[in-house]
Write a protein that binds this ligand. Structure first.
Ligand SMILES: CC(C)(COP(=O)(O)OP(=O)(O)OC[C@H]1O[C@@H](n2cnc3c(N)ncnc32)[C@H](O)[C@@H]1OP(=O)(O)O)[C@@H](O)C(=O)NCCC(=O)NCCS
Length: 195
């Protein structure tokens, strides 16, 4: 399903993408220590707490949460997760969350990792991917759009930021079926429409 992949960022840095394994606990803890609190607010857990990361490493279950890591020279520089539910009316929808280390932002890493999650979601038979991004984060919106997500709804003042202020969120959805629908690429002849 997903092994290890290498790619280059916009500045030429070589990055390895692979799923998190139990042995990544220390490196993941160190990664989150270097992220400003206001950029971690999109996550549901206190990732600066050692116990949180220990528990994640101990209870890895790719069917529930698939954590994709981006690594440069052995250090984790990006963490993207694909969350799934087995039952109910959202069983065909995967949720994604992503955090990239500030030093490696704007180099295309989030785009790269989200693209991989879209491909993986397709292989897993998911139909849609769902992302909730801060409405004021141009980077998050741009990275999601690069990976095939479209803006679907804005919910005003829904969430609280690190200063306890209410903020708007944007719901973005990637329609996997449409994304991978290649019917129009194959066997389509030029229609003869006037140019
Ligand atoms: C959102 C986040 C993951 C993006 O990571 P990233 O690796 O920097 O993303 P990318 O480099 O793939 O894409 C960022 C895009 O924003 C663009 N961008 C950055 N600043 C910009 C600005 N001021 N105006 C317009 N575009 C801008 C970049 O050029 C890039 O687009 P391009 O590749 O089409 O040129 C990162 O900022 C982060 O970790 N934020 C905190 C957590 C978060 O908000 N996560 C998202 C919600 S789950």
């Amino acid at each position: 399903m997903f092994g290890s992949k290498r790619a280059r960022l916009k500045d030429g840095t070589e990055v390895t993408l692979r799923p998190m394994v139990r042995e990544d606990e220390e490196a993941l803890f160190n990664f989150f220590q270097g992220i400003p609190d206001d950029q971690l607010i999109v996550l549901r857990h206190d990732v600066k707490d050692r116990d949180t990361i220990r528990e994640w490493a101990k209870s890895l279950n790719y069917e529930r949460v698939f954590p994709l890591l981006g690594l440069v020279g052995g250090a984790i520089v990006g963490d993207a997760t694909l969350h799934r539910v087995a039952h109910g009316w959202k069983r065909h929808i995967g949720r994604v969350r992503i955090v990239v280390a500030p030093k490696y932002q704007d180099l295309g890493l989030a785009t790269l990792m989200l693209n991989e999650l879209v491909v993986l979601a397709h292989e897993l038979g998911l139909e849609k991917l769902w992302a909730e991004v801060p409405l004021d984060s141009v980077k998050a919106i741009r990275a999601c759009r690069n990976a095939g997500f479209a803006c679907k709804a804005v919910i005003e003042e829904l969430v609280k930021d690190s200063r306890n202020q209410n903020q708007d969120i944007l719901i973005m959805v990637c329609d996997i079926h449409t994304f991978f629908d290649r019917r129009w690429d194959e066997g389509t002849e030029q229609s003869g429409l006037p140019s």
